[in-house]
Ligand binder design. Structure first.
Ligand SMILES: CC(C)(COP(=O)(O)OP(=O)(O)OC[C@H]1O[C@@H](n2cnc3c(N)ncnc32)[C@H](O)[C@@H]1OP(=O)(O)O)[C@@H](O)C(=O)NCCC(=O)NCCS
Length: 433
């Protein structure tokens, strides 16, 4: 394989959003390259301006890989990156209200004519090392394909599913509404959405602090083409004391689309009651037969709150958040462990970032994590990929042992790990990035 360092040069830069800034053109060319990589349309100036304004608020750091030297006549210029990669730093809820600042990886593309030259490997290994050097214990991403990121130590840590809910006569929830729902101008979500989400972030394991884009999308301020999306509507939930604690924004799919369908754009509820009341509202919208949502939890209270759970048609259960532990003791210490127990964990890591053997000792709350004495036999051996998947309880270590992905040296150790790594409710992440 050719040495990527000779053929390409790598530039890292921050997003800027003032068109008069000389760096604006480099940033907008970079955004166009991302669209190309994901087979999206060429972006218009309005879309570019809004995107770069969001990126600036998120403090995104952009990486572009550029061909060294001249490119053939008529081909895309050397100023257009052949590969893109971006990061931003946001909090991850690691259970029991604890937050861990994490390095979020996004916008990973390599132009088809330059693929399989080691460009992704070069970008991701440098970035993960840099994040660790900056003191971060965790990286995260969402993946277009399931086979790319395991080799770099990422493990699936949350799942999601698509649902279609029949809101005809069979749709009835057990129990009674505890709060009220009011329809609102979606524009209020520019202010309200981040406040409600901040509450969700505090109480939801697996949740990641949202980027600027979300309040714009939820309020209909930005659609796929960068223009406002006039089809977006919204409703707000108030608890019994009148405090706003949830919202849903949604879009009618049109009279040509049968059965008549309402598509959820964003559904964010800070309490269990708000979640169910918002579903009561969605189920009561006249002229609508079906409500669809593509980011529903797999372990969904809605299923259990319905008189007839079969009104939900569930499809496409898929991995959502992938976690990559960069510093094992720091990531373990960031968590709270709800059971008492002692485990000697041997962790392997082909990138050399998080490997080693540690003793995790929990009294059912605080945990001590110390390096194992030389020669101390591990209870469990696993790759950092599996530790990432176990970290928020997405999969039981007992299942990983059964799959041959964890080696259990002491019988019962995987079950102890299952109890130790439990979180207070099933991890779910409503933030795509
Ligand atoms: C996925 C993508 C970024 C890979 O970039 P690349 O520069 O060709 O990857 P590299 O040459 O650095 O390959 C790194 C390793 O990943 C493997 N790999 C890369 N893409 C893969 C894929 N789609 N499926 C499985 N393995 C893949 C390579 O075989 C290589 O393995 P090895 O190092 O163990 O031999 C690129 O194909 C792409 O842009 N695809 C379309 C956009 C996309 O899916 N982006 C990911 C968004 S999450």
């Amino acid at each position: 394989m050719a040495d990527p360092n000779e053929k390409y040069s790598v530039q890292r830069f921050h997003a800027v959003d003032e068109p008069e800034n000389p760096a604006y053109s480099r940033c907008s060319t970079w955004v166009q390259a991302v669209s190309h990589g994901f087979h999206q349309e060429r972006r218009n100036p309005e879309y570019l301006a809004k995107t770069l304004a969001s990126y600036t608020i998120d403090h995104r750091e952009l990486t572009g890989v550029y061909v060294n030297g001249a490119v053939p006549d008529h081909a895309l210029g050397a100023d257009v990156p052949v590969a893109t990669y971006a990061t931003m730093r946001k909090s991850l809820n690691v259970g029991f209200g604890r937050q861990l600042e994490s390095n979020l990886v996004t916008s990973v593309t390599v132009r088809g004519t330059h693929r399989r030259n080691g460009i992704l490997r070069g970008m991701i290994t440098a970035d993960l090392q840099g994040a660790k050097d900056d003191g971060l214990a965790m990286a995260a991403l969402t993946a277009s394909e399931g086979s790319i990121y395991g080799r770099f130590g990422f493990g699936v840590a949350t799942f999601e599913r698509s649902i279609k809910v029949d809101t005809g006569p069979r749709f009835r929830l057990k129990g009674k509404a505890t709060g009220t729902v009011e329809v609102a101008d979606p524009a209020v979500l520019l202010d309200v959405a981040p406040k409600v989400f901040a509450r969700v972030q505090r109480v939801s394991p697996g949740s990641i602090e949202r980027q600027e884009y979300y309040r714009l999308a939820a309020s209909g301020s930005i659609g796929h083409d960068g223009k406002p999306d006039a089809a977006v509507r919204s409703a707000l939930h108030y608890d019994a004391a009148g405090t706003l604690d949830g919202y849903v924004s949604y879009r009618f799919k049109g009279w040509d689309n049968k059965p008549y369908t309402m598509e959820i754009v964003d559904l964010v509820a800070a309490t269990n009651e708000a979640y169910l009341d918002l579903w009561r509202f969605l189920g009561s919208i006249d002229l609508i037969d079906l409500v669809t949502w593509s980011e529903a939890p797999v372990d969904d209270p809605l299923t259990w709150a319905l008189e007839d759970p079969r009104v939900i048609e569930s499809s496409d259960v898929r991995d959502m958040l992938w976690l990559r532990i960069l510093d094992t003791p720091a990531a373990l210490q960031a968590r709270s462990f709800p059971a008492a127990g002692r485990l000697v964990l041997e962790v392997t890591d082909s990138l050399g970032l998080a490997g080693g053997t540690w003793v995790l000792e929990s009294d059912g709350g605080a945990a001590a994590v110390v390096e194992a004495e030389p020669g101390e036999a591990p209870d469990l051996t696993m790759d950092v990929t599996e530790l990432g998947s176990m970290y928020l309880g997405a999969v039981s270590p007992v299942t990983l042992a059964a799959a041959g992905r964890i080696c259990e040296h002491r019988p019962g150790a995987a079950f102890t790990a299952q109890q130790l790594f439990a979180v207070e409710r099933s991890a779910h992440c409503l933030t795509h990035f």
